[in-house]
Design a protein around this ligand. Structure first.
Ligand code: 5AD
Ligand code: SF4
Length: 321
């Protein structure tokens, strides 16, 4: 045996084969609806941070969200992701109503929440109302690194406890981190991996850090494509059944970033089915690509992109198996 000859490309292929073994050459599609650019938090890396006065704040009403959910289902999408900043406008009752109406109309559609930290009682009530999945990136499993990425009002312990709680409540739970975030060291990524293996989440969101010009991290370098792909294939090899998105951030640093992510073992895409007014202002980082599927033509465009690399869109809801 000669391990000298093992190249990154072999590892991409190995990870990809594991994904194909578990999911076929099919990619799960999640319809992403950005619901709010308001945020009460101040993460140093993100353009939606409260202190950023140069971003337009907008949010969607219940009615608008329900319309977009309907439209997404019409396209054949069976998971709806509601994503937004930490916005108190969305009270527990308001969110419960949205979930209730989506589930009433489309009982077979999965609902994913990605709205940041909340009270644990809220998480429980939302689960009981029928929300199926919850994304909350841990961002880093190092407390000292976490504190360098966030103001002191944001607590590492609460972030981790929230993720454990979500998992406990029975949500299909996603954690995740940026690759190449400021002050990140190799050992931080190693700790992230150990955390993933201990938590056993159903999903892990991984993308490059990308500087945003109105944040304290504007002058830092962004994460590199090759580094993100490495972490993706390592995570895929570590857990072959994980739901692993090829993220918009990855597609934003390389024209074929999302395709390359799939070829390194990712198996999920989250195109934007949301409202244009939100999309225009939902700028976590600079040069974010549009991933919108506004009509069936766009949806076919996405299908074509996948066909080019030998994949197709899965028709299933894409639950964790
Ligand atoms: N670059 C890349 N990803 C970012 N996020 C926020 N800001 C940035 C940025 N500048 C990610 C964080 C957050 C998710 C919603 O988006 O990991 O959890
Ligand atoms: Fe708010 Fe999320 Fe951006 Fe942090 S990453 S500022 S919580 S939208």
């Amino acid at each position: 045996m000669n391990l000298d000859k093992v190249e990154a490309e072999d590892l991409h292929a190995f990870a990809r084969d594991l994904a194909v073994k578990n999911f076929g050459r099919e990619i799960y599609i999640r319809g992403l609806i950005e619901i709010s650019t308001y945020c009460k938090s101040n993460c140093y890396y993100c353009g939606l941070r409260l202190a950023n006065k140069n971003t337009k704040r907008l949010r969607l009403s219940k009615e608008e969200i329900l319309d977009l959910a309907s439209y997404s289902v019409d396209l054949g999408i069976k998971t709806i992701v509601m994503q937004g900043g930490e916005d108190d406008f969305y009270s527990l009752d308001y969110l419960k109503e949205i979930i209730y109406h989506i589930k009433e109309k489309f009982p077979d559609v999965a609902i994913t929440l990605s709205l940041g930290e909340r009270d644990f009682q809220d998480f429980e009530a939302l689960k009981n109302m029928g929300a199926d999945r919850h994304l909350l990136r841990h961002e880093t499993y190092s407390k000292s690194h976490y504190q360098r990425l966030h103001p002191s009002s944001m607590k590492f312990e609460n972030r981790i406890d929230s993720i454990l709680k979500l998992k406990d409540l029975g949500f299909q739970t996603g954690c995740g981190m940026m690759v190449g975030s400021p002050y990140q060291r190799l050992e931080n990524l190693y700790e992230d991996l150990k955390f993933i293996l201990k938590l056993r989440p159903q999903m892990v969101g991984i993308g490059p850090f990308i500087p945003q010009h109105d944040t304290p991290f504007r002058d830092f370098e962004g994460g590199k494509l090759e580094d993100v792909l490495k972490i993706l294939y390592i995570v895929r090899i570590a857990d072959e059944k994980l739901l692993l998105p090829s993220t918009t951030a990855l597609g934003s640093i390389d024209e074929f970033g999302r395709e390359k992510g799939i070829l390194a073992g990712a198996n999920v895409l989250m195109p934007n089915v949301g409202a244009e007014k939100l999309r225009k202002n939902y700028k976590l980082y600079d040069n974010k690509i549009g991933t919108e599927v506004q009509n069936s033509d766009d949806f076919m465009g996405l299908e074509k992109k996948l066909e080019k690399i030998g994949y197709k869109i899965s028709k299933s809801r894409g639950d964790y198996k």
